[in-house]
Design a protein around this ligand. Structure first.
Ligand code: NAD
Ligand code: MG
Length: 401
């Protein structure tokens, strides 16, 4: 893709996690709007075939491969290109590209805690941070928000529900507008097991859990959607992003995923955001904000959706959502523990070491046995994260043997 003619006026973007579902959708939006954006850097972990194809297509100046072994092999492939980008390795490489002067905007689309340091680096460097990586907010919400406040960085939500809330909360920086917010509602599809008989849930497979009815996403968030831990993480994300107490954040099951969120104001007005379940909508909104650009997605016609349904989630079916709400009430270190244990448990489920319902068992037991710790810096967070992972591994090995 050649954007050189417009390079002075176009926005320079680093996409961290470019080979994933959000990363690919971001490149799709950029490709449709080449006059506005140019890709300065791409980053991924091991999916080097996709990354190589993206390098050829978007000619970034920098490319990061996190895994050092994969990076070595990737270097050989890059050396065959006539216009090869500079290759950086590991978390330090991700942080380096997130803070480059020529990068205006960082898409934080790495999955899990692996995205924390680079997201934080982008916020500290005053970038426009497009925040898909909800785990970094759940782990280090206050640090991230303070870093953005101190540097003047702009955090824009990519998670579809939060992006929708953001759009319905126009002018919320005005204190009177904020005081008028009665509650926000995040919708949830309910995932693939919304109606599965409870006695069948014990034996569902990773393939079934990843077959989301409405959204096409990476494996981890797909499993999180099936357990509704995803909505739990999103409740925490919403409290932090919008400075709201958890009593003002509501979750409603909406199997059609057309309404993404609603904001109710004290005068009885309810503003909702509607659109097809396609991540290019929130990505296009945030990447061009406050302008509006083509995303490649049509707007909906309400006459096609006469049967929209909304109902209260069953917390017995989805105990991970209940756990996340309890964790948000009990303080920040518990969120770090829950997030870490969940990442380990989901990975073990994907590797068929534990059963679907054991994801909750593992996470709840690690959270229950953890002690609250005061969080002052990112080192403390990483240490809590490591301990929770070790505790989850131990739990899992006891279940397996
Ligand atoms: P994915 O699994 O499809 O892609 C993950 C990306 O992260 C890949 O590019 C992978 O190479 C990279 N990655 C993984 N580990 C890494 C590491 N150690 N270092 C560097 N890169 C690493 O995930 P996804 O579905 O695109 O989700 C990404 C993030 O966006 C998650 O936090 C998810 O919760 C959030 N999100 C996704 C969607 C969606 O529709 N997919 C919607 C809302 C929020
Ligand atoms: Mg979401």
């Amino acid at each position: 893709m050649s954007t050189n003619a417009n390079i002075q006026t176009s926005t320079g973007i680093a996409i961290l996690g470019s080979t994933g579902s959000v990363g690919k959708n971001t490149l799709d939006v950029i490709e449709r709007n080449q006059e506005r954006f140019h890709v300065v850097a791409l980053g991924a972990n091991r999916s080097v075939d996709v990354l190589f194809e993206q390098v050829q297509r978007f000619s970034p100046k920098y490319v990061v491969v996190s895994d050092p072994d994969y990076a070595k092999k990737f270097a050989e492939r890059l050396s065959r290109l006539s216009n090869s980008p500079k290759l950086l390795v590991g978390n330090s490489g991700l942080c380096e590209v997130a803070t480059l002067q020529e990068v205006d905007c960082v898409m934080a689309a790495i999955v899990g805690a692996a995205g924390l340091m680079s997201t934080l680096a982008a916020a500290e460097a005053g970038k426009i941070v497009l925040l898909a990586n909800k785990e970094s907010l759940v782990m280090a919400g206050n640090l991230l928000l303070n870093a953005a406040h101190n540097s003047g960085a702009t955090l824009l939500p990519i998670d579809s529900e939060h992006n929708a809330v953001f759009q319905c909360l126009a002018n919320v920086a005005n204190k009177e507008v904020k005081a008028g917010v009665q509650k926000i509602t995040l919708t949830a599809s309910g995932g693939p097991f919304l109606k599965t008989p409870l006695n069948k849930l014990a034996d569902v497979t990773p393939e079934q859990a990843c077959a989301h009815p409405n959204w096409s996403m990476g494996q981890k968030i797909s499993v999180d959607s099936a357990t509704m831990m995803n909505k739990g993480l999103e409740v925490i994300e919403a409290c932090l992003l919008f400075g709201l107490d958890i009593t003002k954040v509501n979750v409603v099951i909406h199997p059609q995923s057309i309404v993404h969120a609603m904001v109710a104001y004290r005068d009885g007005s309810v503003l909702a955001h509607l659109g097809f379940p396609d991540m290019r909508v929130p990505i296009a909104h945030a990447i061009a904000w406050p302008a509006r650009i083509d995303s490649g997605v049509e707007s909906i016609d309400l006459t096609d959706f006469s049967g929209l349904e909304f109902f209260t989630p069953d917390l017995n079916r989805f105990p991970c959502l209940r756990l996340a709400i309890e964790v948000q009430n009990s303080g920040n270190s518990a969120s770090v523990v829950m997030n870490a244990a969940n990442e380990v448990a989901v990975q073990s489920f994907l590797e068929r070491k534990i059963k679907f319902l054991q994801i909750y068992d593992v996470v709840a037991s690690v959270v229950d046995s953890s002690e609250p710790v005061a969080i002052n810096d990112v080192e403390v967070i990483m240490s809590i994260d490591r301990q929770a992972r070790a505790a989850a591994d131990k739990q899992i090995s006891q279940l397996v043997h």
